[in-house]
Design a protein around this ligand. Structure first.
Ligand code: UDX
Length: 438
């Protein structure tokens, strides 16, 4: 049955969730204090690059089931569920997550909350946050036992809408049966399509998300650690990943070695887990995550070392970085390995040119010191070295004969190029985790 829902916080997570909830038939109001975001959303524009999202956003606006507002109003009093999707960024000068946006979202919704309605947190949070927010909600509403649940979101950028509509699993942390009933009702279309629905307590649901991201980051850093060994021993980390991946207990996903992980989630979430475990007195349990973070960042240094070895010094050398987004099909440059490498090369004295099919606007704002080039063929002209740092289709499919660098030298930071093809076009090719004979 269609329910009335608010979705609070309209970033990647909230925008996608609001569209997905409207698509399955609910009446949804998205709430976001930033008027510029609202102006953009009401015109059917998500405001960030996510394949298929703008089209579905426009389609749902047209049904009348989806609307956006700057603040709660009477609709919120009628709403059955309020999903909180605000950001929990890394706190400046600390590894911990900043939960202040959640606290203010709770304060705002408390003024409109019916006692039988449910507040559901979707943001990624340190374990223990939900019970603190329940206490805050009780104080702000005067209800003795307000309904607050936690439903972590596992969507990936680039496939966000599909992941929201067809998740691997739904995890809901609840404290009472009323909350579970409402969540079963709101997710009924997914549950009846066979999506596993896992009911836990609040702490477990919070920790599931942190654990999933820590595990994924660990897998990537594991293969990158093997790549470090491969690089000094002549082994090939891509063949190694393929070979161990046949073992079903290991699996072949998330074992692509390269310049490492970035984005708004994995780096910040492992750091937040370290900080929370330390607060809880069990820092040692995840102290290995420090190494996971370090292995990941060392991959960027490895690219700089390879460039320096090839070019002698980076001083005044022209280096083209292919990619700025942390992964393809996204314009998100948060903690992006590609951008990290660009900045390291710049700091080493190079003239750095960055190309990306969609993410340059975000770079322009943050890093005016980098030269940005939107035309891929022009970007190559006269450069001394090229680094493929984000595996966009444009780069994978690029004909090396069509480009005209000053020096034909490329580092494949994602292991996606056809080495023989590039070599035939006269390029010296190096790759991470492999020794290539040129
Ligand atoms: C991640 C989680 O996958 C998702 O479940 C969670 O909700 C949010 O965080 P996302 O940040 O969109 O999603 O990206 P993901 O696809 O996980 O990739 C993260 C980073 O790891 C990217 O920079 C990617 O390039 C890198 N990566 C991924 C590798 O370096 N090697 C791999 O094998 C896989």
């Amino acid at each position: 049955m269609a329910m009335k829902i608010t979705v609070i916080g309209l970033g990647y997570l909230g925008t996608t969730h609001a569209v997905a909830m409207a698509k399955v038939g609910h009446q949804v109001i998205g709430i976001e204090p930033n008027q510029h975001r609202i102006d953009c959303l009401v015109q059917g524009k998500a405001g960030f690059f996510e394949p298929g999202l703008d089209e579905e956003l426009a389609a749902q606006l047209a049904t009348g089931r989806l609307a956006f507002k700057q603040a709660h109003d009477e609709f919120s009093r009628d709403a059955d569920i309020h999903f909180i999707c605000v950001g929990t960024p890394q706190t400046a000068g600390s590894m911990a997550a900043d939960t202040s946006y959640l606290e203010s979202a709770i304060r705002d919704v408390a003024l409109y909350l019916r006692e039988d309605a449910l507040v559901v947190g979707k943001s990624t949070v340190p374990v223990g946050t939900a019970s603190k927010l329940t206490a805050q909600l009780a104080q702000d509403t005067g209800f003795t036992a307000p309904n607050l649940a936690w439903n972590p979101e596992f969507l990936r950028e680039g496939t966000a809408l599909e992941d929201s509509l067809n998740p691997d699993r739904l995890v809901v942390g609840v404290t009472n049966s009323r909350s579970e009933e409402l969540l079963r009702e709101v997710f009924a279309p997914m549950i009846s399509a066979g999506v596993p629905f896992l009911v836990t307590d609040l702490a477990t649901a919070e920790l599931v998300k942190a654990a999933a991201n820590a595990f994924l980051a660990t897998k990537i850093s594991f293969i990158n650690a093997m790549a470090e060994i491969a690089e000094v021993s002549g082994a090939d980390a891509t063949q190694l990943a393929n070979a161990i991946g046949y073992d079903e207990r290991i699996g072949n996903k998330f074992l692509r070695n390269g310049v490492g992980f970035g984005g708004g989630c994995l780096p910040k979430d492992i750091r937040a887990l370290i900080a929370r475990a330390e607060e809880l007195g069990v820092g040692e349990s995840v102290s290995y995550l420090h190494e996971i973070d370090k292995i990941n960042l060392r991959r960027r240094d490895r690219v700089i070392a390879l460039l320096t070895k090839e070019l002698g010094s980076l001083q005044a050398k022209k280096i083209l970085i292919l990619g700025a987004a942390f992964k393809p099909d996204s314009d998100d440059v948060r903690d992006s390995p590609a951008l990290g490498i660009a900045l390291l090369a710049k700091a080493a004295g190079a003239e750095v040119i960055v190309h990306d099919p969609v993410a340059l606007h975000g770079v322009a704002l943050k890093h005016p010191e980098l030269e940005l080039q939107q035309d891929l063929l022009k970007a190559f002209i006269g450069v001394d070295a090229v680094v493929l740092a984000t595996e966009w289709k444009e780069y994978r499919e690029l004909d090396p004969k069509s480009v005209n660098p000053g020096n034909k030298f490329i580092i494949d930071g994602r292991n996606v190029l056809d080495v023989a093809l590039w070599q035939q076009a006269g390029f010296k090719v190096l790759a991470l985790g492999r020794t290539i004979t040129n």
